[in-house]
Design a protein around this ligand. Structure first.
Ligand SMILES: [Zn+2]
Length: 50
């Protein structure tokens, strides 16, 4: 998995919990696990609001 960036939202496909990244990760292989599975970066509709 790619390193997470500040502002990324991670979601667990198992329990649907969501986490926001406060500090970016510099690991080459970043893997944040929930429910025994690697969490995925949620597709965010970033950009302008409205
Ligand atoms: Zn979970």
């Amino acid at each position: 998995m790619e390193p997470v960036k500040k502002g990324d939202i991670l979601v667990c496909s198992q329990c649907s919990v969501e986490l926001e990244v406060i500090e970016k990760c510099d690991c080459a292989d970043c893997e944040i696990v929930c429910c025994g599975k690697a969490m995925k970066v949620k597709e965010t509709s970033s950009g302008s609001c409205c």
